[in-house]
Design a protein around this ligand. Structure first.
Ligand SMILES: [Zn+2]
Length: 213
């Protein structure tokens, strides 16, 4: 069970970083990366990250069949697969329950363009996927739709999904999103938000798309 050990090691390290950076709690959240064209390496279901070794990271097909690893794949497997199928540019996916993300997800409100790094690293307005049961095909479809061509979205009353061209980029996207949600919530307490003007948004969206190529 030592196939794809390098990829599985990287997935484990990213999951450990989620805890170190206080972006998730306990066994919640899950991390994956593509393995070739038709497989993904993903954290196992309901295991504490601190107990995991690289061989506990499951390698599965997009249909959910396990080809390496002792455990069963994360219950959010189909959300990860949905992103890989919709977004050829994405090589890593993180689902987490960060603190400020959780608060923003409870409001059910999209986060308009309010910060420079939101535009450049996340790709613009952050949409919210409507609530659906964890692990359901409905949640997977809603998350993929809310993500669109951006690098992050919120999941109503639940958490967030962040993606990237590798695990480090996905981890930073998750961190940028958490910082954005903090700014969104604190600024909302002070009064109306100063949303960036449409011409600036258009220019920065074009820059985001160019940098993603
Ligand atoms: Zn979750």
């Amino acid at each position: 069970m030592t196939e794809w050990l390098e990829e599985r090691q990287r997935v484990l390290q990213a999951a450990q970083q989620l805890l170190v950076k206080r972006l998730t709690v306990g066994s919640s959240g899950n991390v994956s990366q593509r393995v070739g064209d038709e497989l993904l390496a993903i954290t196992p279901n309901r295991r504490y990250t601190e107990d995991l070794t690289p061989t506990d990271i499951v390698v599965a097909t997009f249909e959910g069949d396990v080809v390496a690893g002792e455990g069963i794949p994360s219950s959010e497997l189909m959300m990860h697969v949905g992103v890989y199928q919709a977004r050829p540019d994405v090589l890593a996916v993180i689902h987490a329950h960060p603190r400020y993300v959780s608060a923003a997800a409870v409001t059910g409100r999209a986060i308009p363009p309010i910060l420079e790094d939101q535009m450049i690293y996340l790709g613009g307005q952050i949409e919210v996927a409507g609530h659906a049961m964890s692990g359901s095909d409905e949640l997977a479809a809603a998350a993929v739709a809310a993500l669109g061509d951006r690098h992050a979205c919120l999941l109503a009353n639940h958490g967030a999904m962040a993606v990237g061209r590798d695990l480090r980029a996905a981890l930073y996207a998750c961190e940028y999103l958490e910082k954005l949600c903090q700014a969104f919530l604190w600024a909302s307490l002070l009064g109306p938000l100063n949303v960036m003007p449409p011409d600036v948004v258009e220019t920065e969206r074009a820059f985001f798309k160019m940098m993603r190529m």
